[in-house]
Design a binder for this molecule. Structure first.
Ligand code: ADP
Ligand code: MG
Length: 277
C-alpha cells in the first residue's frame, strides 16, 4: 500500500514559447502510514506534483499510482483526499452541511448516518455541530480551510494530502491544525503535507521529500535532511546547539519546542540531583 511516483514528468504550455518543465523525472514512494513533508522553494513544483495524486493533472510521461491504482482513475478519490492550496475554492455549498455531506452522499451515505459523518468530521477539525447550518462563505479564511478539510475527512480517506495548509493562518490556528494532523496520523491516516516552511512540519515527519526546480533533490528522514542539506536549521535546533556548545548537557539533534522543553527539564533534573548529593 503506497503512493508510487515513477519517472514523472509534467510540462505546462508544452510546445509553445512558454513551455515549462515543471516536474523532471521525479521518483519516490510514500508508504501507507507515513507522515511525509514535501518541501521546496516557491515554484519548485510541489503543487504540480500533488495535483497528480488525485488525477487533477495528468503526467506527460511516467506514472502515479495510489495502492496500485492509476491516480487518474476515479476510484482513487475514495482512498486519497487533497486539500488544495486555496481551499476556499473547494467550497460551494449553501451551508457547511451541504459542503461536507456532498462527497459521502455521492458514495451512498444518507439520513442519520450521513449527519453523524458530517458532525464527526467537524469534530475532528475542532468545530462544533453548530457550524452545520452556517454558510461556509461567512466564515474566516482559517475556518473555511477547516471546513474544506472536514469535507475531505468525511470521505474517510487513507491518505490525506494538504498543500500549504498553514499559510495565512494565525499562530493559534496554525498550532491547532498541526495538532489535528498529528492526531489524525496517530489514528492511522497517512498524512502528506506540502510546505515551503519546513521548520513547522519537520518535527512531525517520518520522511522528507524535497523538490528543487522540478527535480527531486532529497528523500530521507528529518535527521538525514538536516545533516545533508545546507539549509538553515530550525531556530529551536540552533538554540539547542548553542546551549550544547556552551557546555550544557543537552542533545543538539532536537527539532521541536516540545522536545527541547523535555530535554532541558531532563538536564536540569540531573543537575539538581548532583547538587543534592
Ligand atoms: N497553470 C500553470 N501554467 C503555467 N505554469 C505554471 C502553472 N502552474 C504552475 N506553473 C509553473 O510551474 C512551476 C511549478 O509551480 P508549482 O507547482 O505551483 O510550484 P510550488 O507549488 O512549489 O510553488 C512554477 O515555475 C510555476 O510558475
Ligand atoms: Mg504551491
Amino acid at each position: 500500500m503506497s503512493i508510487e511516483v515513477k519517472d514523472l514528468n509534467h510540462f505546462y504550455n508544452k510546445g509553445t514559447s512558454l513551455e515549462k518543465h515543471a516536474l523532471d523525472d521525479v521518483n519516490f514512494v510514500i508508504d501507507k502510514g507515513e507522515f511525509v513533508l514535501i518541501g521546496g522553494e516557491v515554484g519548485s513544483g510541489k503543487s504540480t506534483l500533488v495535483r497528480h495524486f488525485n488525477g487533477l493533472l495528468k503526467p506527460d510521461s511516467g506514472s502515479v499510482k495510489i495502492n496500485d491504482i492509476d491516480a487518474g482513475d476515479k476510484k482513487v478519490r475514495s482512498h486519497l483526499g487533497l486539500l488544495m492550496q486555496n481551499p476556499q475554492k473547494q467550497l460551494f455549498g449553501r451551508t457547511v452541511f451541504e459542503d461536507i455531506s456532498f462527497g459521502p452522499s455521492n458514495f451512498g451515505s444518507k439520513g442519520e448516518a450521513l449527519k453523524k459523518r458530517v458532525v464527526d468530521a467537524l469534530d475532528l477539525v475542532g468545530l462544533g455541530p453548530e457550524y452545520t447550518e452556517i454558510s461556509p462563505f461567512s466564515l474566516s479564511g482559517g475556518q473555511m480551510r477547516l471546513v474544506a478539510l472536514a469535507g475531505i475527512l468525511a470521505m474517510e480517506p487513507e491518505y490525506l494530502v494538504l498543500d500549504e495548509p498553514t499559510s495565512g493562518l494565525d499562530p493559534e490556528n496554525r498550532y491547532s491544525l498541526l495538532s489535528t494532523l498529528k492526531g489524525l496520523h496517530c489514528s492511522g491516516l497517512s498524512v502528506v503535507v506540502v510546505s515551503h516552511q519546513v521548520d513547522e512540519i519537520l518535527p512531525l515527519a517520518d520522511k522528507v521529500i524535497l523538490l528543487k526546480k522540478g527535480r527531486l533533490a532529497f528523500v530521507g528522514t528529518p535527521e538525514e535532511y538536516l545533516s545533508s542539506v545546507s539549509s538553515p536549521l530550525p531556530e529551536i535546533t540552533s538554540f539547542m546547539k548553542l546551549l550544547n556548545q556552551a557546555g550544557f548537557d543537552v542533545r543538539d539533534n532536537i527539532y521541536s519546542v516540545d522536545d527541547a522543553f523535555q530535554e532541558i527539564v531532563r538536564s536540569l533534573k540531573i543537575v539538581e540531583v548532583e547538587q543534592n548529593e
